[in-house]
Design a protein around this ligand. Structure first.
Ligand code: ATP
Ligand code: MG
Ligand code: MG
Ligand code: MG
Length: 578
């Protein structure tokens, strides 16, 4: 591949664009990789498209290597499947909805669990068809409250999403582990410094979930790591150590049933007020609480996963919307959601608990909520009992825990937690049967009885990854791409006209013939200085300057990352760089 700057759709900018607040955004605009076309929508210019395609290729390579099969679902979908799963309401304002000419509701899909489950239902009939994992690399749409930071949070963005189907939990765990390992390979190949952290499952539902966070100060996610062991968690999912309990077990489940001092809704509101988090009455005061979670357990359950209700608080909450979602959840969750799966919506607030006379305690385990109820779709679960976590101090004071640096590690005795910020570049979930239940996906089992498959889902923000790599690989002069994702392998700079330009073009042709991706700066109306500045801004790993020393048969090789410069005979370049 040989690109010539003189004809390339590339306009670099000298100045920082006014509205670009983070380095990746600023540099990708300045170096001519993308242009903003709409709020949260970007046009990929040729150099940007090359990087995006290289990242896409790495992702595809690792997914097919673990046996995932590529499909492509439509992005424009009728509302029905999302109504059936409950996500039409659950996603709320975050999905783009529209009506067709007949007035039928549609949406632009934010992810495709519904479609994957329906496809398997459509085509598979026997246990012999499993396991299977489908993936796609597709444009997703989300009406983000605050699209920001360029590619980091778009309203239209490229995602790799995969969906695994297994017949049992062991199969699901194996699929999950396979994806976890593949993700580690993907992010390593992208040159990202990343941490795999425990996460909340959010709007997907399900239980186990981990995020892959690329460390950078501009990241929106806060995560903690332990100074002594390999514990790492999104602060949304950290379980802090009890301040008073003195429990030797680092992760006991929430277990305090029937405490006489069971706090009520009032206690929660008081807590909110005490912490100056809002003084309004009722549960709306509680919505401003941070880092508080209610834990719900089905009656009689001793061990096992509690249902976790996070109180909205970490982000701006549209109360109208929460209330709208709250109402159906009340019915579904507290009456008989097995009979009304379509009513399970997600949000449950203290108001709901109070209205239903349900006792609850504050569990100060640190899970600032999105408000989503996780695991609620497991058949046979009824959230009719609410208990507190062991961090509850039953002496009338409720301590809401927030993670601070320096807090003791919940997983080991020696370490303490340190806080870092990161960008979520990937997220894997063990979904369970939420979607196969919703669509009654059954196949014939070995004994002739129907079996319901269990699902995992696995996402990578492909376009976000372009920006994440840029965040981690730049300096004050511009981008510094890792060789694995750079738009080109070599930037050839003709530092003069006439023989130098001819030689650069000739060398470019030979490098391209040797299989390298080459950009030749063959512009005749700009100075060598401008070309050097542009090359540093664009960030291709190696530059070859064809300048004055060409008369003696020499060119200069420059390494973008180290700044190292070496002279070598023009004749040796192809051999050296190939
Ligand atoms: P975030 O917490 O950043 O909003 P998410 O948890 O909503 O992300 P998922 O539903 O887990 O996102 O989607 C899978 C992946 O898609 C994310 O890990 C992220 O890399 C990417 N992604 C999600 N939202 C966006 C967006 N608005 N712009 C770009 N990439 C995104
Ligand atoms: Mg999101
Ligand atoms: Mg997230
Ligand atoms: Mg996520």
């Amino acid at each position: 591949m040989l690109l010539r700057t003189s004809t390339l759709l590339l306009r670099t900018l000298r100045e920082d664009p006014a509205d670009a607040e983070v380095p990746s955004h600023r540099l990708l605009l300045r170096a001519g990789y993308v242009r903003r076309a709409a709020p949260g929508g970007y046009t990929w210019l040729p150099l940007g498209k090359l990087v995006l395609d290289r990242i896409t290729a790495i992702v595809r390579d690792e997914m097919t290597a673990i046996g995932d099969q590529e499909v492509h679902f439509p992005a424009l979908l009728p509302a029905e499947p999302y109504r059936t799963s409950g996500r039409w309401t659950e996603y709320g304002d975050d999905i783009f909805t529209l009506a067709d000419r007949r007035g039928a509701d549609h949406l632009l899909a934010p992810t495709h669990e519904e479609l994957a489950a329906l496809l398997v239902k459509d085509l598979f009939t026997s246990y012999r068809d499993f396991p299977v994992t489908l993936f796609q690399i597709q444009t997703k749409f989300r009406d983000e409250a605050r699209p920001r930071a360029g590619l980091l949070r778009g309203r239209e963005f490229l995602m790799k999403d995969a969906y695994s189907f297994d017949l049992d939990d062991a199969g699901l765990r194996a699929a999950y582990d396979r994806h976890r390992a593949a993700y580690e390979r993907v992010f390593t190949r992208l040159g990202l410094d990343f941490t795999t952290v425990r996460a909340m499952s959010g709007a997907m539902g399900g239980s186990a979930s981990e995020e892959f966070l690329a460390a950078t100060p501009v990241g929106e996610d806060t995560f903690v790591g332990c100074t002594a062991c390999d514990y790492a968690a999104n602060t949304e999912a950290v379980v802090t150590r009890a301040p008073t309990a003195g429990d030797p077990d680092a992760h006991p489940p929430a277990e305090v049933h029937d405490t006489p001092e069971t706090p009520t809704i009032t206690a929660l509101v008081e807590l909110a007020e005490a912490r100056k988090l809002g003084g309004r009455a009722g549960w709306t005061a509680a919505d401003t609480l941070k880092n508080v979670v209610l834990t719900v357990r089905r009656p009689g359950a001793e061990q096992g996963e509690p249902l976790v209700i996070g109180l909205p608080g970490d982000r701006e909450v549209d109360l109208k919307r929460v209330e709208a979602v709250l109402a159906p959840a009340t019915v579904a969750v507290f009456e008989d959601w097995d009979a009304h799966p379509e009513l399970v919506r997600g949000y449950i607030g203290p108001q709901v608990l109070a209205e239903h006379g349900i006792r609850y305690l504050v569990d100060p385990r640190v899970v600032p909520g999105t408000g989503w109820l996780t695991g609620a779709n497991e058949p046979g679960r009824h959230a009719t009992d609410v208990v507190c976590g062991r961090d509850f101090v039953p002496d009338g004071t409720i301590e809401a825990a927030e993670v601070r640096p320096g807090d003791p590690c919940p997983a080991c005795a020696d370490g303490e937690l340190t806080i870092r910020r990161g960008i979520e570049v990937g997220h894997i979930f063990q979904l369970g049967r939420r979607y196969t239940d919703a669509f009654a996906v059954d196949v014939l089992g070995p004994e002739g009885k129907p079996v319901r498959p269990t699902m995992g889902c696995y996402g990578i923000g492909v376009s976000r990854a372009v920006a994440a790599v840029a965040e981690q690989h730049h300096d004050d002069r511009g981008l510094v791409w890792p060789a694995t994702v750079a738009p080109c392998d070599v930037h050839l700079i003709a530092a003069g006209k006439g023989p130098q330009l001819d030689a650069a073009l000739d060398l470019g042709g030979r490098l391209a013939a040797a299989g390298l991706r080459v950009l030749v700066d063959d512009r005749t109306h700009v100075s060598a200085g401008v070309k050097f500045t542009d090359a540093e801004l664009i960030g291709i790993p190696r530059a070859v300057v064809v300048g004055r020393r060409l008369a003696d048969g020499y060119v200069e090789l420059r390494d973008r990352a180290t700044g190292e410069r070496t002279e070598l005979p023009a004749e040796a370049v192809v051999e050296r760089l190939r």
